[in-house]
Design a protein around this ligand. Structure first.
Ligand code: OGA
Ligand code: NI
Length: 363
């Protein structure tokens, strides 16, 4: 989430979805209604039964590297990153309280009166604060979602004015949570390096002081879930993304696999991990940043807490030498500065994997 210049973008009136359903529970305003080809059709779970995103057991990866369990789990990880770009981790070692505490304050935040939340506004063209991000025109369709986003690390990307004073423990819980998620990301990047045959410190050394941001997505129920989308299709600009779905969350996240939207079924105490654009570029496309979206449902609120973990803005990104071979596997992406990519990402609307065109070498 790179800083954006002061802009004079006209975005029209952006209705707050929670307020909207309070006043008119059965109405879906035109600006939320999607074209028929991009609507959030709920895919039947039965027909998708054979389609589960892989589950990686991190307790197996804590074993000595010579252990069979370690070896097989690394193999599973590399297949997950190549074939799915998504996986869930279980036994990740983050205390249940940490996970529950962040969920609690996030929920409390969204349930505060609008007046209170408006003290932390996401200004048009910016990506931190409360509101809807990625809106750049008056006719752009809106997502059925309220968002609250904050830069977390390094401190220079923080906007302290946007860290809420209510709920009382919000900041404290977010700090604690973010530390744990940061450790998890570093750990995952080690395993990902090993799975690519690289030395385990490869990404840590390259990334410098990694950038970490959080976005809380609150999806209110919708009377016509089939007309709207909770979150437009996109890939993440990060290296890695960690998504926490609230306890007893209903299905909402879908990923695009072989041209079908596959739902990600929430597992208790699991975290959903996905490969972002940055790792796709670094691995020269071997590991995929997969397009995904969120759909809504008629009855239940769905809350997700999403952490984006990326290299420092100063870092030069390009496919790693080890993954490029001029003869058999030519370089697919140009080199660029991560800050420039980040800026490009946040200054365009979410539109599938379009943001990666920035880096693609077109033949
Ligand atoms: C995101 C995202 C999905 C969800 O915030 O980038 O993909 O289910 N969220 O909230
Ligand atoms: Ni995403």
């Amino acid at each position: 989430m790179a800083p954006l210049p002061i802009s004079s973008i006209r975005v029209g009136k952006i209705e707050d979805v929670q307020e909207l359903i309070k006043s008119k529970p059965n109405k879906v305003p035109e600006r939320f209604i999607r074209e028929s080809n991009e609507r959030g059709v709920i895919v039947s779970l039965k027909t998708q039964h054979h389609h589960h995103i892989p589950v990686i057991d991190l307790s197996k990866l804590s074993k000595p590297h010579t252990h069979d369990d370690f070896f097989f789990e690394i193999l599973k990880l590399s297949q997950a990153c190549e074939d799915w770009g998504f996986f869930q981790v279980i036994n990740h070692g983050i205390e249940v309280e940490v996970v529950e505490d962040i969920e609690k304050v996030a929920k409390e935040f969204f349930e505060m009166p609008l007046e209170e939340k408006k003290k932390y506004p996401m200004e048009p063209g910016t990506v931190q604060g409360y509101g809807q991000a990625f809106i750049f025109s008056e006719d752009q369709k809106l997502d059925w979602c309220n968002m609250f986003a904050l830069g977390v690390h390094p401190p220079s990307i923080r906007n302290p004015k946007l860290w809420p004073s209510k709920p009382a423990r919000f900041s404290e819980n977010l700090e604690g949570y973010s530390k744990e998620i940061r450790k998890l990301c570093k750990r995952l990047l080690k395993y990902i390096a090993i799975s690519l045959g690289l030395k385990e410190e490869r990404f840590e050394e390259m990334f410098g002081e990694a950038v970490q941001a959080v976005r809380m997505n609150y999806y209110p129920p919708c009377s016509s879930p089939d007309l709207v989308l909770g979150l437009s299709p996109h890939s993440d600009g990060s290296a890695l993304t960690v998504l926490q779905q609230s306890k007893n969350s209903c299905v909402g996240l879908q990923i695009l696999k072989d041209n079908t939207w596959v739902p990600v079924l929430p597992l208790p105490n699991a975290l959903v991990i996905n490969i972002g654009d940055t790792l796709e570029v670094l691995t020269n496309g071997k590991y995929k940043s997969v397009e995904h979206r969120a759909v809504t449902n008629r009855e239940k609120v769905r809350l997700t807490i999403v952490t984006f973990y990326a290299p420092n803005y100063e870092v030069k990104i390009e496919p790693m030498d080890e993954l490029v071979d001029d003869e058999t596997n030519p370089c697919k992406y140009r080199s660029y500065n991560h800050g420039d990519y980040s800026y490009h990402y946040v200054s365009n609307k979410l539109q599938g994997k379009k943001s990666l065109d920035f880096a693609k070498i077109l033949n």
